[in-house]
Design a protein. Structure first.
Length: 115
């Protein structure tokens, strides 16, 4: 059973920064691609960033240059550093891993960007 637990969300002013964390259970964590998604009110869940076991990364165009995904395989942790935050970044952020046909999600952490 895989469990993902996000933390680090909160209220931040436009232009500010936050660092999200995702703690993953399971000793085989290091071999899988880890993702961050987000869902704003009234909108579909959307891809934000991904990181492979090799460390290669991929980002949605809307966050390129502002967000950085990283991982610490020894600690089973994935991070999302978010800088230059905008009001449109307001959403619930979810950590995700897909193993075979199974999709695993955390409970999400709320990020609100507002003055």
């Amino acid at each position: 059973q895989v469990q993902l637990v996000e933390s680090g969300g909160g209220l931040v002013q436009p232009g500010g920064s936050l660092r999200l964390s995702c703690s993953a259970s399971g000793s085989i964590f290091s071999i899988y691609v880890m993702h961050w998604y987000r869902q704003a009110p009234g909108k579909q869940r959307e891809f934000v960033a991904a990181i492979a076991s090799s460390g290669s990364t991929n980002y949605a165009d809307s966050v390129k240059g502002r967000f950085t995904i990283s991982r610490d395989n020894a600690k089973n942790m994935v991070y999302l550093q978010m800088n230059s935050l905008k009001a449109e970044d307001t959403a619930v952020y979810y950590c995700n891993v897909n193993i075979g046909l199974m999709y695993y999600w955390g409970q999400g952490t709320q990020v609100t960007v507002s003055s």
